[in-house]
Ligand binder design. Structure first.
Ligand code: LLP
Length: 425
């Protein structure tokens, strides 16, 4: 059930009207529902109940400290891709022992930081990275727990920019090189080979490609076991999609159904091995945890009637929400106050000096200047991909808990944006 619905003609987040939020905090503002966040996490944790499993939220989707804190309190671990993200986990009170570190370009400083906090595992993506990590760990007198990110070469059937497990992708170790890479890793004295991982892409509506990737990982784990390299965990990555409301698009597979099928496969495989050993399962979901928990609330500045198109110029822009400009993403827009007026068709655009600065195209909207609009399903890859282009301060962020809105990030002021700059004396 969506936590964003109309009550008496006004769109609400849980029990709080978005008009009241705009009044109190201004626009543009990201507004999240706490209940939606907890429900989405529960879909994973309920399906994992009684199993040796860990949900490592991929915080690149939304890394606000309040969101990390709420998830950490539910037992979440975190999938990080930078030293900065690790510092955020720690600042939010998260447990470094439940952190996995993904990414193709980890620096020496990032490796040191992560080792000094004894993170759960490094997801290593290349042979040079194995050597660098081995050296860094050795110099610190430590052993780094590692997993290899294997590229299972499965087509996730998603947007090419967010497909990551194909042969042409920069990510992971090629499936055919995986065994040799594991053998090399097992020889390095300061590495402890503990797992295997993959991540084939994002916004997957069907779980078939994920289950196919699982089959490929299982094949490798068995081959490694036969060589005496016993893995303790299997990390299937993230990727489950959400419903953006795109006309004609299939509904995404429910998380519970996907996990049930995945665990059934794993149980059948382990039972057939007859060694009685379990394997820990790790997930790295991002979008399916936060995507539908948030909207971007914006105000209409002007309506402009061009020769060929009508433009609805709003105070949010591509710097606040880059997904349409980057991926031609379709995201639903609705007025906060429903009116009986007739709708006209608009392109919803921001004030930035780029033709690529659009949020939505050809949308029928019944609006006038000064009205509020929301862009739905903006909780994932919205604020985390925001920039300061045109010296625009990033939006405020609010989490609604029932009838209480909590400001969890203040709006940036222009002075914040140039505070680190200086002129040449
Ligand atoms: N693990 C790894 C290693 C990843 O690269 C990603 C996302 C995830 C987990 C989380 O995937 P999710 O569950 O969110 O699908 N900015 C794009 C999405 C980029 C995804 C990058 N990797 C967008 O706005 O659609």
């Amino acid at each position: 059930m969506s936590q964003f619905s109309y009550k008496d003609g006004v769109l609400h987040a849980e029990g709080t009207s978005l008009s009241a939020i705009a009044e109190q905090f201004g626009t543009p503002t990201y507004v999240y529902s706490k209940a939606a966040l907890l429900n989405n996490f529960a879909a994973y944790s309920d399906a994992c109940l009684g199993r040796d499993a860990l949900v490592c939220y991929a915080m690149k989707a939304n890394s606000n400290l309040a969101i990390l804190d709420l998830l950490a309190r539910q037992g979440a671990g975190f999938d990080i891709v930078s030293g900065g993200e690790l510092l955020r986990v720690l600042a939010a009170g998260g447990d470094a022992g439940k952190v996995i570190f993904s990414g193709v370009g980890k620096s020496v400083a990032e490796m040191r930081l992560a080792l000094s906090h004894d993170i759960l595992c490094f997801n290593v993506e290349s042979i040079p990275e194995l050597h660098r990590l081995n050296e860094v760990a050795g110099a610190m007198g430590k052993k780094a727990r590692i997993s290899l990110r294997v590229n299972p070469n499965v087509d996730p059937k998603t947007h090419p920019y967010i497909a990551t497990g194909l042969k042409a992708s920069k990510f992971g170790v090629a499936f055919d090189d995986a065994l040799a890479t594991y053998r090399a890793a097992a020889q390095l004295p300061h590495l402890d080979v503990v797992g295997i991982d993959c991540h084939i892409g994002s916004q997957l509506l069907d779980d078939a490609p994920l289950l196919e990737a699982l089959d490929r990982l299982i094949e490798l784990i068995d081959q490694l076991g036969a060589e005496g390299i016993e893995l303790h965990h299997l990390d299937i990555g993230g990727g489950i999609g959400i419903n953006y409301g795109v006309a004609g698009e299939a509904a995404p597979v429910p998380v519970g159904d996907y996990l049930a099928r995945l665990f059934a496969k794993i149980d059948a495989w382990r039972a057939a091995r007859h060694d009685g050993k379990a394997i820990k399962v790790i997930f790295e979901p991002g979008r399916s945890i936060v995507g539908d928990t948030g909207v971007l609330l914006t105000r209409v500045e002007f309506l402009k009637h061009g020769e060929e198109k009508n433009f609805c110029i709003v105070d949010a822009a591509m710097n606040d929400m880059a997904r349409p400009a980057l991926y031609q993403a379709w995201m639903d827009m609705q007025p906060v106050v429903q009116s009986g007026a007739e709708a006209a068709v608009y392109d919803v655009v921001g004030p930035i000096c780029e033709s690529g600065d659009w949020l939505a195209r050809d949308r029928p909207l019944a609006i006038t200047a000064g009205d509020l609009l929301v862009m739905h399903t903006a909780g994932a890859y919205g604020m985390t991909m925001a920039s300061n282009y045109n010296t625009r301060g990033r939006a405020a962020e609010v989490i609604v808990d029932g009838t209480v809105p909590h400001l969890v990030r203040q709006r940036e002021n222009p002075a914040d944006l140039y505070a680190l700059e200086s002129i040449i004396k």
